[in-house]
Design a protein around this ligand. Sequence first.
Ligand code: 13P
Length: 228
Amino acid sequence: MLIAGNWKMFKGSAETRAFAAAFSAPEGVEAVVCPPFVSLAAAVESGLTVFAQNVHWEDEGAYTGEVSAPMLRELGVAGALVGHSERRQYFGESDETVARRAAHALAAGLRVIACVGELEEERELGRTEDVLTRQISVLQPHPALVVAYEPVWAIGTGRTATPEQAQEAHAFVKSLLDVPVLYGGSVKPENAEELLSQPDVDGALVGGASLDPDSFGSICRIAARIRS
Ligand code: 13P
């Protein structure tokens, strides 16, 4: 079971070191943190397993504000998120750029968590499976690829998908692409057990609750208990 903490635009180097000093992952779970780029080195040096929050599709070039897979590997970063809904909503990320980022990172030896998920109005219109099909269709299977299903209406809202909604979406994603699927969207110690107990939920991508070493540690311990 993989439990990944997406720190978004939180925690500089000092806070990253403080988190690492207070956090320990239980046996039986792979705990990963995704700090901002400037805190990656501090996280790696602190002994955490580290993914970046994004990665470019070229090794180098005139791409202001971007970071490449070889640069991340040189730092000791193990993988990267791609296609997070905040990148899609606020920074013009498209299915095509997500696909390019994922393919290049995998070819460069990084692991990848590719994020997919529908908007609230898409779910209400019964279009969830169409959206997931479109988002997944650009990805190629790879042993180091994981998908995170994050319904956009559940991110940072305190509203989670029900365990049944998560299970249904995960099973659908797996029918399209045979990779592990993490659930993301307001995962907390209080709801982790029911979500992670679903047969096709292979872990979690945690936002807000991953910022605190105690709550992130609780989610990791719940995950360890479920799959042991
Ligand atoms: P929250 O857990 O804060 O809802 O964020 C989820 C998320 O976007 C993780 O990538």
